[in-house]
Design a protein around this ligand. Structure first.
Ligand SMILES: [Zn+2]
Length: 66
C-alpha cells in the first residue's frame, strides 16, 4: 500500500471537465468526482496496469492502510 504522502504530488480539486471523472479509484473503487483531490501512484503490482502511474484519491494514498 502507498506510504504516507511522501513524494506524492497533490492534484485538484478536479473540475467538471476532468477526463478521469467517473473512473473508479484503484484503491477504494469509488469513482472520481468534481472537487476531488487526487495523486498519482506507481502501480507495480497490478498486472492490469503494469508498471505505470495510476490516479487515486489523495486521501486513499495518504491514509494509512487499516
Ligand atoms: Zn479512493
Amino acid at each position: 500500500m502507498p506510504r504516507s504522502g511522501v513524494g506524492l504530488t497533490k492534484y485538484g480539486p478536479k473540475g467538471n471537465l476532468s477526463p478521469s471523472i467517473g473512473e473508479p479509484c484503484s484503491l477504494c473503487g469509488v469513482p472520481f468526482r468534481e472537487g476531488d483531490y487526487t495523486t498519482m501512484i506507481r502501480a507495480t503490482r497490478d498486472s492490469k496496469h503494469g508498471n505505470v502511474n495510476i490516479e487515486v484519491h489523495w486521501d486513499c494514498a495518504t491514509k494509512p492502510a487499516s
